[in-house]
Each structure stands twice: as C-alpha cells, then as structure tokens.
Ligand binder design. Structure first.
Ligand SMILES: Nc1ncnc2c1ncn2[C@@H]1O[C@H](COP(=O)(O)OP(=O)(O)OP(=O)(O)O)[C@@H](O)[C@H]1O
Length: 250
C-alpha cells in the first residue's frame, strides 16, 4: 500500500493513493483527492474515466484495492455507506433514488429523521430546505410524479436534509435546459456559504462545472491527469486531449 506523504487534513474528506481494480483491471489508479469544507471541487473526465468509482470510494460503496479514506482526520476505510453518511458525507445519484410513492415533503423528512432529528425538527428542516430549492409548492405531490428536473432538486434537498459536511453531486445538471441549469447553479453555489459544506461536483456540462468550481480535478483512464484552477486547467493540453471528441457544452 502506498503511504501518504502528508497526514490527512483534520477538516477534510480525503482519499490518498487510491487504486480500485475490477477483475484485475484498474478503474482508478493511484488517485489522491481532498475536499475541504466550503469549497467546490469539480471532478471531470470523459465517460469511463472513473468518476463514479471514485465517488463510490468516498461514500463507502466501494472499498479500494489500495489506498486510504479519511473523514475529518478519521480513518474511514472499510466503513459501511451508512456509517460514512452518518459522518456527514451525502451524495446524489445519477439516476436519482427517491421514494417514488412518498410525497416530496415525506422524502425530505425521512432523510432528516435518518440523520438523527426528531419528527418535528425534521419537518421544520425539510420545509425550509424545500423552500430554498424551490419545491415548497410541491410538498404534497408524489415524488414519482414530479418532472425530471424537480426530482433532481428533490434529490439535492434530501441530501441537504441529512445536514452534510460534504456533498457529492453526481451529474446534477444532466438533462436540464439552460434556464434550469442556471437555477440549479444558484442552488449549488449557495451550498458552501449557506450550509457550510464542501461540494464535489461531477458534471459533464463544462459551463456548469467551470463556473462553479474553485478547483478542478481531471481524471482520464482512472488516473489524475491535472488538478488546478478552472482557468488553468481549461488551457491545459492534457485536458483538451482528454476531451477531444467529447461533447463539451460551451
Ligand atoms: N462494478 C464494476 N465492475 C467492473 N467494472 C466496473 C465496475 N464499475 C465500473 N467499472 C469500470 O470502471 C471504469 C470506470 O467507470 P466509472 O463508472 O467510474 O466511470 P465514470 O467516469 O463515472 O463514467 P461516466 O461518465 O460514463 O459515468 C469503466 O471502465 C467501467 O466499465
């Protein structure tokens, strides 16, 4: 196992020298990444680059073949997804995992209760967050009947209801129109200041990720090829090469 040259930051979510192999093939190779509170890090790369696998490692869904995972300085390698969630790491999913038969309010409330709030406090929190993401008019609507983009908002609201320290958003803008993207970007931009959490943003829409991210982490073929400020990374030859042939939203 590779040793980390630096001790893990006491306030960050971090992985160090992580490799994940599936049947001998490396989906992630020797990857090191850290997410501090109140920062937005964009995780980008072409299809199959290993972004979801990396998020699975950060959330306890995938145990790495090699490397380490730390949450606020605590060794979290081998923790269950539930334990990682309990430590303040929330995620949204590409496909969304709502309780389709429950109402919008119930979906948000369940998440707040699961994070340890009592029923009444959970309702107060759920109502406040639904208002902030623009879903207060839809409280009583069945989650499954919401338009797709509202389901994505509800997914974010649910993650927020668990009072996370770190939010991992998996392609939140997928399938959204330009104006829906702008609304979503305002929500994501507010997360560090409003909720004090760090955000890892996986996103194919380059306008969204370039506009929102403090830093970018670029993966290709499971390896980190560049990290840095968005304006630096976007000029980097390796970044342009990784995206050659990819559809990049202007
Ligand atoms: N459970 C698994 N078993 C075997 N191979 C897997 C598994 N999960 C992912 N892979 C492989 O690992 C590589 C990285 O996949 P991953 O889904 O992490 O990429 P990604 O960057 O999230 O892609 P996309 O942008 O298309 O979602 C791919 O080659 C994929 O086929």
């Amino acid at each position: 196992m590779n040793a980390s040259p630096h001790p893990p930051a006491a306030d960050a979510l971090s992985i160090s020298s992580v490799t994940v192999r599936f049947q001998g093939l490396a989906a992630i190779s020797d990857c090191t990444l850290s997410l501090a509170p109140r920062e937005i890090v964009g995780l980008v790369g072409p299809n199959g680059a290993g972004k979801t696998t990396l998020v699975n490692v950060l959330t306890g869904f995938q145990k790495p073949t090699e490397g380490s995972l730390h949450i606020e300085g605590r060794d979290a390698l081998g923790w269950s997804p539930a334990k990682v969630r309990g430590a303040g790491v929330a995620r949204t999913f590409q496909a969304g995992r709502l309780f389709g038969n429950l109402s919008v309010l119930e979906n948000a409330q369940v998440s707040a209760i699961a994070s340890g709030l009592g029923k009444r406090a959970a309702r107060v929190r759920a109502e406040a967050i639904l208002e902030e993401v623009g879903l207060s008019q839809a409280h009583d609507q069945q989650a499954a009947s919401l338009p797709y983009t509202d389901q994505r908002r509800l997914d974010i609201a649910r993650a927020l209801c668990s009072q996370p320290k770190f939010m991992l958003l998996d392609e939140p803008a997928a399938g959204m129109s330009d104006s829906e993207c702008e609304d979503l970007m305002a929500i994501i931009r507010s997360l560090p200041e409003r909720y004090g959490c760090g955000v890892l943003l996986i996103e194919h829409n380059m306008h969204v990720v370039m506009s929102l991210s403090d830093r970018l982490h670029v993966l290709d073929g499971g390896r980190t090829i560049i990290t840095g400020l968005p304006e630096e990374v976007s000029r980097h030859e390796a970044f342009l090469k990784a995206y050659l042939g990819e559809e990049i939203a202007a």
